[in-house]
Design a protein around this ligand. Sequence first.
Ligand SMILES: [Zn+2]
Length: 380
Amino acid sequence: MRQNIRLGTVAGIEIGLNWSVLLILALFAWELGLYVFPARPGHAGAADWIAGVVGAVALLVSVLIHEVSHAVVSRHHDVSVRSITLFVFGGVAQLEGEAHTPGADFRIAAVGPLTSIVLAGFFGAAQATAVAAGLHGLPVAVLSWLWQINLLLAVFNLIPGAPLDGGRVLRAFLWHRSGDRVRASIQAARVGRGLGVLLAVLGLLTFFSTGSIVGLWPALIGLFVYTAAKAEERYALIQGAVGPLTVGQVMTVPAPVVQGAASVAHAAAVLWRSRCDALVVVDDAGRATGAVTARAVMAVPDELRPGHVVNDIAISRATLPTARVHEHMDALLERMVAHEGKPALVFDDDDRLVGIVSTSDIERAVALRTVPPGGARAGS
Ligand SMILES: [Zn+2]
């Protein structure tokens, strides 16, 4: 998930906002200020608009606290957290790596909805206190909405399909029962996929039968859950197929190289000949300075390729994941995901560059691993 706006750091974790959040924030402020909070819906005064903005921002902070709770418990279980990004339907805490035991997996997932329930209790108590103190009108309306929305967040996140928290709880349970993390991940993601379809269908049915735009929310959320669950299932399948292999078994060796000063057209020609979808970029002395991907080359139009040099579109070495030849792939897969799928440079024990692992290497390994031993059943 790309961070578009950086908000700063909390407990050493980068916090960012996706642009979509600003849109949702404005929609919530509008809805709350115009229809939810005013005594006569549709007739909003200045105070109603301010209450709308306060309510929307308080929701955003609630979601952030939910995500930070995941991050804090992750760290407690030695799973480091790179960043938290808030986006359209909530937040994502980007974990580097995975829980080491089903118990840790369970706690990291369950703390989120639990935190939302605690927040709901906090706002509920605040509302009761306000009412007891004789307050009425807007402050009470805002607090009332806040406990309800936090409770809704808790319930929504408890839906038992990955990637939602409830799905991770389900995965932890299945993992605990079978002892097989990969299989549990695939099963939980499949349930998530099914629930995503169900939500989308129910939302669309509501929309077409009542004409109410409210039905579009579950439909959009269903689509999001489906897409994320599918990606999660795919990742688990890759992990299952490639995870137990060593980096040396998967990498392209020797690493195809291209000079940083060479033209992009030349890089395209080298990519064409190599089976890899990334090249190691080297300087005049032959030292690796980074990598260039097929995607970056393809983004340069044909006619401009002779006029651009590889260094213009290369990824610098400092931002690439690295690996050791004898290391297992599951650790590298996690690092590659944390680096948004960038190729990894592979070094031997003497720190010499020996190969490269790109998405094409992983795809090839998955394809070969899923062919039954002995190959296709031709002639049987
Ligand atoms: Zn959560």
